[in-house]
Design a binder for this molecule. Structure first.
Ligand code: NAP
Length: 346
């Protein structure tokens, strides 16, 4: 099997390389081809061996079974169709194709059935926005059992959600502060992120009526993944000075009664979710404990004081894993289970 990873040196790309070589679900990868721009010509470790990063060109996709894109929307828009035209199945981490009707948007625990209809029409499967994937894994079992009508959500998003640049910016500001030095000029965020919270993730634009694109991704992508076109979502997405793992406080209006105990049972039985909910022992999911974990953790499960019937959840997931690299590799595994990944098997 030949796998091309575009954006291999990035925050998501490095996790992709690790998961491809450690999960042992896909057939032993004969070749993983890391692709980059500035990193081209340098090496990245793959299964402990240094492998040279190739520049992006049509040639790298020749004979590829799978192309994992993780280099931003512009790169995906231009190059994913080129990879697909050469016969590779593309799993795209960017927002370029997510809302296109002929591109499945998949969280395998939730809607792997979107892959049941045969090879994706354009050869592209989209991976959701990171906050949305984390939210959807926790919301889906409740939506399936009782239905969710409306959501009010606030996110607490780690700087690695902005890629390697976000990690560097928080790190540099914290180091400068502890050394009593001037921080270096900002490149990623419009304000200091160290010791601050920014109610601003992704861009604002006039057509979004005061919302950010991230907030509307949470609304629109949740509708598509949960197959809930009438779901109403009002979100405030916030960048916080944590390095890894996004948290979401979600107030859900339900279509029928569902006690906190039943929600706990539904979530405990759901794939990809763990319940961590012993508030009296100060146990609830935390970014520091969830970072590096595959499962999304849910705690602080309680009845809602505003929506009736309603439920409140505190959801934390490693957005580089379930919100990006792990979900992308799980999509590839789901395609493989359906005989759609390896060219010779299609
Ligand atoms: N971070 C997250 O939590 C997260 C979650 C979900 C989805 N995503 C999406 O995943 C993608 C990557 O995010 P990231 O956080 O990993 O960003 P990142 O750390 O900034 O990495 C970006 C990667 O893209 C590569 N790249 C940029 N321009 C390129 C070009 N013209 N040709 C080839 N490679 C190019 C870079 O390679 P060089 O270093 O070689 O230039 C680097 O490997 C984005 O689309 C993002 O929206 C990220």
């Amino acid at each position: 099997m030949r796998v091309v990873v575009v954006g291999a040196s990035g925050a998501v790309g490095r996790e992709l390389l690790r998961l491809l070589t450690t999960r042992a679900v896909l057939p032993a990868a004969a070749a993983i081809v890391p692709v980059g721009s500035r990193s081209a010509g340098s090496t990245l470790p793959i299964a402990g061996e240094p492998v040279e990063v190739s520049p992006l060109s049509a040639d790298v996709f020749a004979g590829a079974d799978l192309a994992l894109f993780s280099a931003g929307g512009g790169v995906s828009r231009e190059w994913a169709p080129i990879a697909a035209a050469q016969g590779a199945i593309v799993v795209d981490n960017s927002s370029a194709f997510r809302m296109d009707a002929d591109v499945p948007l998949v969280v395998p625990e939730v809607n792997a059935d979107a892959l049941d209809a045969g090879p994706p029409p354009r050869g592209i499967v989209a991976n959701p926005n990171c906050t949305t994937a984390v939210f959807a894994v926790a919301a889906a079992p409740i939506h399936r059992a009782v239905g969710i009508r409306r959501v009010i959500a606030s996110s607490y998003q780690a700087v690695s959600g902005s890629g390697a640049g976000g990690i560097r910016e928080l790190d540099a500001q914290v180091r400068a502060w502890s050394a009593g030095a001037e921080p270096p000029p900002r490149e990623v965020y419009p304000h200091p992120i160290a010791f601050n919270v920014l109610p601003h993730v992704d861009g604002f634009a006039p057509e979004y009526a005061g919302f950010t694109r991230e907030e509307l991704k949470l609304r629109d992508e949740s509708r598509k993944i949960l197959n809930a076109p009438d779901l109403r979502v009002s979100a405030t997405c916030v960048r916080v000075p944590t390095f890894r793992a996004h948290a979401v406080s979600a107030h859900l209006e339900l279509a029928g009664p569902c006690s906190p105990g039943r929600v706990r049972d539904l979530l405990a039985a759901a794939p990809g979710v763990i319940v961590d909910d012993e508030p009296e022992a100060a146990r609830y999911p935390l970014p520091l404990s969830v970072a590096g974990q595959d499962d999304v953790a849910v705690g602080r499960i309680r009845a809602c004081e505003v929506f009736d019937p309603g439920i409140v959840l505190w959801i934390v997931g490693d957005q580089l894993l379930k919100g990006a690299a792990l979900n992308a590799v799980q999509i590839a595994e789901a395609l493989h289970a359906r005989g759609m990944l390896i060219r010779a098997e299609r």
